[in-house]
Design a protein around this ligand. Structure first.
Ligand SMILES: [Zn+2]
Length: 230
């Protein structure tokens, strides 16, 4: 019973934190936020295990081990096997087309005493994911290549398109570029707007056309219309 009480307190603390910061993604509790920011660069959002290649990402730039996403997709008893909060956070992943496998990443061994901890880094630059990144990383939807955001800006030539510096694929910044683990409200809003447009256009995150998607997006629209009642 004592243990139950402890876990209840823990979850109510967590809820308080979420409520306090939900309107505005600003840190009120620096330590907690710092932990969550680092852990999402190091751990799979589904399994909480360290990230290992192959890594995939969704429309919102979250990082997952591909294996965990496949387990989620194939699981026939999600209600029992997954925590309700997590289920809610990853319910948008319904098909393999809702994620993109990331490229241009490499596993590096950390210098701890056992030399067993594996971390992830982009092949461009020296920064290891999770180590208080100074660089903003993005990936191109078309090719899955992860690159520093600045490397795309360098080859923007006054047009609405730029080239992926890894494979030279032509990409449209507003549609084909996903910020990894975004922290700014503007980035989150842009990524959400892009996703909503895809849903209305009957498309998955990876650009594949969906036959069934229309049903789910029209439900969202109905809900919206109900709440906004013009
Ligand atoms: Zn590329």
């Amino acid at each position: 019973m004592g243990a139950d009480g402890g876990s209840i307190n823990k979850s109510s603390n967590l809820k308080l934190h979420v409520e306090r910061t939900s309107n505005d993604y600003k840190a009120r509790d620096d330590n907690l936020l710092e932990f969550s920011l680092e852990s999402r660069w190091e751990c799979c959002k589904i399994s909480n295990l360290p990230l290992r290649l192959p890594i995939v990402s969704d429309y919102l730039g979250n990082l997952y081990n591909k294996e965990s996403v496949l387990e989620w997709l194939l699981c026939k008893d999600k209600d029992t096997k997954y925590d309700p909060k997590l289920r809610n956070e990853i319910k948008h992943i319904r098909k393999i087309h809702d994620i993109i496998e990331l490229n241009n990443l490499v596993e590096v061994k950390s210098k701890d005493k056992n030399n067993r901890t594996v971390k992830i880094k982009c092949k461009y630059g020296d920064e290891i994911f999770g180590d208080k990144l100074k660089t903003s990383f993005v990936y191109c939807v078309k090719c899955g290549d992860v690159v520093p955001k600045e490397s795309l800006h360098l080859n923007l030539s006054g047009t609405n398109e730029c080239k992926c510096p890894v494979c030279n694929e032509i990409v449209a910044p507003s549609n084909d570029i996903i910020v990894l683990n975004p922290t700014s409200q503007l980035d989150i809003q842009n990524l959400t707007d892009r996703y909503n447009k895809l849903c209305h256009g009957n498309l998955y995150h990876d650009g594949t056309k969906s036959k069934k998607r229309k049903k789910s997006s029209s439900i969202t629209t109905t809900k919206k219309q109900k709440t906004s009642k013009v």
